[in-house]
Design a protein around this ligand. Structure first.
Ligand code: FAD
Length: 405
């Protein structure tokens, strides 16, 4: 009898969790499992702010996919997904086509530009290893170039971070530790450096506990961050940003580096494939399947799950993507064995920790507020746990964070 073919697109938190769980749940003779990913490595998206600032080398945030999959059960294809034809059970790759009986879409997120002019062309975003490496190199280039020019351009030393949400704040936390090192390395007066965080919303870290937000803001300000809250970026240019000032006025902030960290949408493949979506995210059924397609699961940042308590979508997180991966694997195993009853997905939010550099953080874990070194310790526990969940103890020893004190 022909084995059902399961194709998983994306080897991020959701996709790898699905595959590593599914390979344990089904036997070699029960299903053919194929994993497709752009690169031959997985990267810890939640660590990219560190690689972008240059506080952690990009090789530390990635590992070989083949190290965590069971190669007897899973075929890995390194390819870029170009389209999905769900009505024909077919995926179009840059290297050919692939058919499936069951599909899991776990292609992650893309930056949301909100139609801001010049953003795509002139701002960097913390999206993957390539972009993180580019941001680190670009900032370093600006610092290295400063003293080579006879007419000094101070704006080379200005870094604008768009967005004071989770990613923006975590990136700022790394930057304030990295900038003094760069100043020493390139003989630059620290006073000349500006780190400006521009946020359109009226607050930093919306939704976070106000006491923790106050702590985070004060810590970052004490290390040199200027917050421009309630300020919308109108345009990004080759020279910096234009922000709205009052009703009709605008102001230019000249900057050598602009990093956009103010929101994500799902992968554009979702829109191209024709799934009903909201900003490239599919409001999936309780069993994580796409409405109208009984053999397609959509998880991670490409999915949209409503928090019934507040009737608003849960923010996309690695925590949710990994939990979805576990449920998705169990539901796939059930379908492969001919069962019709599938498990319902319900997020189990254990907490959130936002780092402010490697030695400081804020967070709420199991309902308890944490800040400072205790929260920073917890952040490393969370980071190591994600490695453990996918690759077990050996991966934790290889890639884990043990600089606890
Ligand atoms: P990802 O983990 O992003 O994986 C997507 C995969 O798909 C990648 O391997 C990518 O290469 C691949 N891919 C994409 N397009 C294609 C294509 N066309 N063809 C082939 N392969 C493709 N969440 C938390 O819970 N806690 C945190 O502390 C936290 N911190 C964060 C910090 C930063 C700087 C950022 C950017 C995000 C953070 N998040 C955090 C959010 C979290 O990283 C995401 O929600 C999570 O990565 C989503 O998982 P995913 O599996 O959907 O996608």
């Amino acid at each position: 009898m022909r084995k059902p073919k399961v194709v998983v697109l994306g080897a991020g938190y959701g996709g790898l969790m699905t595959v590593t769980r599914l390979q344990k749940l089904v036997g070699v003779n029960e299903a053919e499992i194929v994993l497709v990913n752009k690169n031959d490595y997985h990267y810890e998206t939640t660590w990219l702010h560190e690689a972008s600032a240059g506080t952690l080398h990009h090789d530390r945030v990635r590992y070989d996919i083949r190290d965590v999959i069971d190669r007897n059960k899973v075929e890995f294809i390194q390819a870029t997904v170009e389209d999905i034809h769900p009505s024909e059970n077919k995926v179009i790759l840059d290297s050919g086509e692939i058919e499936y009986d069951y599909l899991v879409v776990a292609l992650g997120a893309e930056p949301e530009t909100f139609g801001i002019q010049g953003l795509k062309e002139h701002a960097f975003s913390i999206s993957n290893v390539n972009s993180a490496r580019q941001i680190r190199e670009h900032i370093e280039y600006q610092f290295a170039t400063y003293n080579t020019e006879e007419e000094k351009k101070d704006e080379r030393l200005t870094i604008v971070v768009g967005g004071a949400g989770f990613t923006g704040i975590e990136f700022l936390g790394e930057l304030v530790n990295r900038v003094p090192e760069l100043c020493r390395e390139y003989d630059i007066d620290f006073e000349k450096v500006r780190i400006v965080c521009v946020e359109a919303a009226p607050m930093v870290l919306p939704g976070f506990d106000p006491e923790l937000v106050k702590y985070a803001t004060a810590r970052l300000e004490s290390k040199g961050v200027e917050f421009r809250i309630g300020t919308a970026i109108k345009e990004v240019t080759a020279d910096g940003i234009i922000v709205a000032k009052g009703e009709d006025e605008v102001e230019e902030i000249k900057a050598g580096t602009v990093v956009w960290a103010a929101g994500v949408r799902g992968n554009s493949i979702i829109e191209k494939a024709g799934f009903e979506n909201m900003r490239a995210r599919v409001k999936v059924n309780p069993d994580l399947r796409a409405p109208g397609y009984d053999n397609v699961f959509i998880i991670g940042d490409c999915s949209l799950i409503i928090n019934e308590e507040i009737n608003r979508p849960y923010p996309p997180t690695a925590q949710i993507a990994m939990q979805q991966g576990e449920v998705c694997a169990r539901n796939l195993a059930a379908l492969i064995r001919g069962k019709e009853e599938l498990e319902t997905f319900k997020p189990d939010i254990k907490g959130t920790v936002c780092s402010l550099g490697e030695d400081d953080a804020i967070g709420i874990v199991f309902g308890k507020k944490l800040m400072g070194t205790k929260a920073a310790f917890m952040k490393k526990v969370v980071d190591n746990r994600a490695l453990y969940m996918i690759g077990g103890t050996s991966l934790v020893f290889k890639k884990g964070k043990f600089n606890f004190f």
